[in-house]
Each structure stands twice: as structure tokens, then as C-alpha cells.
Write a protein that binds this ligand. Structure first.
Ligand SMILES: CC(C)(COP(=O)(O)OP(=O)(O)OC[C@H]1O[C@@H](n2cnc3c(N)ncnc32)[C@H](O)[C@@H]1OP(=O)(O)O)[C@@H](O)C(=O)NCCC(=O)NCCS
Length: 400
């Protein structure tokens, strides 16, 4: 089957909506919280060349960013300690049921990677229906999401030392400073525009969302889906804190809020305060799938990094989907900038997946080398590379 790939045109919309409806919404119309193509989004399609105008598959890109800190700073105040890399979030990948498993989805995604690289996108990310499917195309699970499932009676009873107020979705600017501080602590977090806030705070139910902010200015906040019936599992959609103290106040508040619920459920990154300071064997803590990231433009992404260190190393990778990324590459870095140029030989050998993890920072390059996932012929090259690609915690709060 011959396919043509392109950005959607307005005539395609009914067919794309039909594919998404069949793939994700049981044949029902798209819900209001899924706009067809809002600001900051693009939709791409695969068309059957033999039957012009017939759309066989589609997906949506959310144009996001991904923070990459240079050192493990606690909420850097400006961009000197890191950089927001461009990051296209892939969502709603859907193929007409009658042509599934014939290569259409894979070809559309492969074409999409070249399209992203052509626009200078550094990274792509997604939440996979199957990690194995996207791993074959170069995406890899990066970072950690710990889901904490805490029965009400096990919630730590902590004093709420900050004033608590309920906010409405249009008051999101009051949350922005706390979010930004949190985002600069975790690689992979996106800078949020109004469109992104709308996506997170857009109601799925007429009573959604319920937002509680602690402190003035806001030091921590929680976003909940409305849960009017008592004795349920209350899910916290987003939990952000700027310090241990503001986390403790928020947890104390959640214990009060959940007093008539069976349990509270929320997520934290791998260095989350619950694990470090409230571990309790009666509370379930599960590792749930983190997003998969993929480096799209190797010299572009590495060349955009910020660092206070200086050094040089050479590395090789082979990228079957994007051969333009194939090395070897020489990386020379200093506080003045990072230079990535082609060279002849390599000291370190990456797959697309391990390079993605090392550039974002979890698992770190140091761990990847020590455990044999990345091969190195030179200790000095490893030392230089780990000075640039420092260990970080990777986390992502975007929904797409
Ligand atoms: C998932 C989907 C997009 C894949 O597209 P597709 O065109 O059907 O799949 P492709 O033909 O590109 O790929 C098929 C290959 O993937 C493999 N594959 C399929 N499902 C897989 C899975 N769950 N895990 C790993 N590999 C898988 C197949 O074995 C096949 O491998 P082969 O090429 O070696 O034979 C499509 O089936 C679909 O629309 N599904 C419903 C919606 C959905 O789940 N979307 C994903 C949202 S993240």
C-alpha cells in the first residue's frame, strides 16, 4: 500500500475524528476536553495514494518543552542553570481498524520523526499503549513515576502551616511561579503556556477541577478531579510543592480533605518526599510507567545544553529511523557553550534509547556506563561525558 504523509487539511477532519473515535472513545464523538487541533498542537495524517483523500491514520503533536538542568539545583530562578529543550509530545496515534498491523502506524511515526527533526525539534515524548512498540522506533522509558496509594487512616497527620484557598481554573497564573520552581527541579518538565494550563485544568466533569493552593504567594498546590461520593479513592491529578515545608502542609491538608474517602492516590518523582520522609510499609507505592522520550536531533539537543563544566568526548550511535543522527560526534563543552561536530572515531557507544536517557539524566550516564548499557573505551571520555550529562531526576506532569 502506497502512503502519503502530510499535515491535516480541513476536509480531513471528519475522517480523523472518526479514526480517533474508533480508536480511543468507543465510537463516541470526541469529548470536549479533546479539542481537534488547538493552539500549540499539530495533526498529521497518512493518506492512501490509491484512493486520494482517504485518511488511514492520524496522530497529534503537542508542542512542548523539556527542562534539562545542568546541576541538581532546587528550583533554579532563571535559565542559566539549564535549558528548555523543544519536545513534541505524540498523542492519539490511531490507525483505521481495517488496516492495522500492516505497517501504516509505524510508517507514519517514522515520517513524523523526520518531520520533527526538520523543524529542529530536540526531543519527542509519549505515553505508550505498549512500550515495546515505540521502543522499536527509538523511544525509551525515561525517569520514574511513583504512584502512592495511601489509605485514609495511614495519611500522615501533619500540621497545615500555610493558608489554604480554593482557586478556579482561570486563576492558574497564581500557580505559575510554584509550578516553574518545581519544573526546574525535574528534567522533562514542560514550560506551561495558557494552552497547557487549559489542558491540565480543563474539566472532565462539570464540577472539575478542584484546585487547592497553599501559601500566599502559592508554595504548593493540588489539583483533584471532583469526587462527590464519599468513601472512594480520591485521585490527585497534579501535586506540586516548592519545599519540604510546603509539601508537609499540603499532605496535612490532603489528610483532612480525604477524611471521608477510602484512600488518596497521587504521584511523585523518584526523589519524592513521601518515599524519603514518610515511608510506611502499609502504604502501597507502585512504579507506574513513566513517559517514553526520544532524542530527535542529536547535535541540536546536545548543542543546546548549558554547563558550568569544560571538557571533550567522542561518541557513536546508530539511529535506524533518523540516520542523520548517526555519529561519530565530537562534543566540546565549556560555560561558553557546547559544540557538536562530526568526527572519525568514538570513545562511547550509545543506542538511541541510552543516549536519550543519558541526555535527560535518569537513568544517568554514570549508571548506564557502570552497568554496561553504554560501552566506553576511555575513562577520561566517560569522566568528561558525565560532567556534561549529569545525573538528574526525570518527571513529567503534562497530559496528552
Ligand atoms: C497501535 C497502532 C497505532 C499501531 O499501528 P499499526 O499500523 O497497527 O501497527 P504497525 O503495522 O505499524 O506495527 C505492527 C508491528 O508492531 C508490532 N506490535 C503490535 N502491537 C504491539 C505491542 N503491543 N507491543 C509490541 N509490538 C507490537 C507487531 O508485532 C508488528 O510487528 P512486525 O512489523 O514485526 O510484524 C494501531 O494498531 C492502533 O491504532 N491501535 C489502536 C489505538 C492505539 O492503541 N494507539 C496507540 C496509542 S499510544
Amino acid at each position: 500500500m502506497q502512503l502519503a504523509f502530510r499535515r491535516y487539511e480541513s476536509d480531513d477532519q471528519p475522517q480523523v475524528e472518526e479514526i480517533w473515535s474508533l480508536s480511543f472513545f468507543g465510537g463516541s464523538p470526541l469529548p470536549d476536553f479533546v479539542p481537534f487541533c488547538a493552539d500549540g498542537q499539530s495533526v498529521f495524517v497518512a493518506e492512501d495514494v490509491a484512493e486520494p483523500g482517504r485518511i488511514l491514520a492520524a496522530y497529534k503533536l503537542h508542542h512542548l518543552t523539556a527542562w534539562r538542568g545542568s546541576s541538581y539545583v532546587d528550583g533554579a530562578d532563571d535559565d542559566r542553570d539549564g535549558v528548555y529543550l523543544t519536545n513534541d509530545g505524540v498523542g492519539l496515534v490511531g490507525v483505521r481498524p481495517e488496516v492495522r498491523q500492516t505497517g501504516v502506524g509505524g510508517k507514519l511515526l517514522r515520517w513524523g520523526l523526520a518531520e520533527m527533526r526538520g523543524r529542529g525539534t530536540h526531543f519527542s515524548s509519549l505515553y505508550a499503549f505498549s512500550e515495546a512498540y515505540y521502543r522499536r522506533l527509538g523511544w525509551e522509558s525515561t525517569g520514574t513515576r511513583v504512584q502512592i496509594f495511601c489509605p485514609n487512616k495511614r495519611m500522615p497527620r501533619l500540621k497545615v502551616n500555610l493558608p489554604v484557598r480554593q482557586l478556579t481554573a482561570d486563576q492558574w497564573p497564581l500557580l505559575e511561579a510554584a509550578y516553574d520552581r518545581f519544573a526546574r527541579r525535574y528534567c522533562g518538565m514542560s514550560r506551561r503556556s495558557q494552552v497547557r494550563w487549559d489542558r491540565v485544568l480543563r474539566p472532565k466533569d462539570p464540577n472539575d477541577p478542584v484546585i487547592y493552593a497553599l501559601g500566599d504567594p502559592v508554595e504548593s498546590y493540588v489539583v483533584l478531579n471532583a469526587n462527590r461520593a464519599g468513601w472512594n479513592d480520591q485521585t490527585i491529578v497534579e501535586f506540586v510543592w516548592t519545599s519540604v515545608e510546603s509539601y508537609r502542609s499540603a499532605l496535612g491538608f490532603l489528610a483532612n480533605l480525604g477524611i471521608n474517602q477510602r484512600s488518596l492516590v497521587w504521584q511523585e518523582p523518584s526523589d519524592g518526599p513521601f518515599r524519603y520522609t514518610h515511608h510506611d510499609k502499609t502504604v502501597e507505592q507502585h512504579l507506574i510507567p513513566p513517559p517514553q522520550f526520544r532524542i530527535v536531533d542529536v547535535p541540536g539537543a546536545i548543542g543546546a545544553l548549558r554547563t558550568n563544566a569544560s571538557g571533550e568526548f567522542r561518541f557513536q550511535l546508530s539511529d535506524e529511523q533518523l540516520p542523520e543522527n548517526d555519529g561519530p560526534w565530537r562534543v566540546a563543552f565549556s560555560p561558553a557553550g557546547v559544540n557538536v561536530t562530526p568526527c572519525d572515531e568514538a570513545d562511547l557507544h550509545f543506542s538511541v534509547q541510552t543516549l536519550t536517557q543519558a541526555v535527560l539524566g535518569e537513568p544517568s550516564l554514570a549508571t548506564l556506563v557502570a552497568r554496561g548499557y553504554v560501552r566506553s573505551h576511555s575513562e577520561s571520555a566517560t569522566a568528561a561525558a558525565t560532567a556534561l550529562l549529569t545525573e538528574q531526576r526525570v518527571y513529567c506532569l503534562e497530559i496528552f
